[in-house]
Design a protein. Structure first.
Length: 225
């Protein structure tokens, strides 16, 4: 079969026919020679397409199961947890624990580390976390909160469990506050030689109850690196 280039050359040889340079250029652009050999789109069209997801985070949420190293220790992330890109340098990890049927939102676990000697004492943080909850009957959240202590591979861990209406500030120092009744928090401080690490899991009570055992396993999995 004669190539399109050959047809163009034969056409030009025919007497009595004149073609503008622009017409010939347009005809050439429609030929296979005007495309790349692999059939891909021109560079300008490819550049306008959405960029490929990075290997580290293929979507907004991705499966998180597996080992994670966090400073001087590593942990085993339970099956079913999802991971999200932390929004600041102080947030060392951000996990989403999917909601159960009947709840409207997922639970979220944020891991914070502020540096050596930063972040306040264990007691101050436990008290602050408890203070982020109010009770429907006006009673003290401190009286209802449960605090426990344990160790994992030599690291002291303090855990607090409190439920009620979640009323923490939307952002540190901001006047706007959450108003989420029927919420529960499981939070922990892991003490290390490099300073404390803070783990704060908040969400609807049913969803937190569903994931409570896996959160406990997560803390128990702490091992020295």
């Amino acid at each position: 079969m004669q190539s399109l280039t050959g047809k163009i050359r034969d056409t030009l040889k025919k007497p009595g026919r004149r073609y503008s340079i622009l017409a010939l250029v347009g005809l050439f652009a429609l030929s296979p020679l005007g495309c790349s050999r692999d059939g891909s789109q021109p560079a300008e069209e490819s550049a306008s397409a959405p960029p490929s997801p990075s290997p580290a985070l293929s979507s907004a949420h991705q499966a998180a199961e597996g080992k994670r190293t966090m400073g001087p220790f590593k942990v085993q992330v339970p099956a079913g947890w999802l991971e999200q890109q932390p929004s600041s340098s102080m947030r060392k990890a951000h996990f989403v624990l999917p909601k159960v049927e009947g709840d409207e939102v997922d639970a979220e676990l944020i891991v914070f580390y502020f540096g050596m000697g930063q972040g306040g004492s264990v007691e101050a943080n436990i008290e602050r976390w408890i203070g982020q909850f109010g009770q429907p009957d006006g009673s003290s959240s401190k009286d209802k909160a449960k605090t426990s202590k344990k160790e994992a591979d030599g690291f002291p861990i303090t855990v607090v469990d409190v439920s009620g209406t979640y009323q923490a500030s939307m952002m540190p120092g901001a006047p706007e506050r959450h108003n989420s009744p029927g919420f529960r928090m499981l939070a922990a401080v892991v003490e290390t030689s490099e300073g404390p690490w803070f783990f704060k899991l908040v969400g609807p009570q049913k969803t937190i109850s569903h994931w409570a055992e896996s959160f406990d396993q997560f803390l128990n999995s702490v091992k020295r690196t």
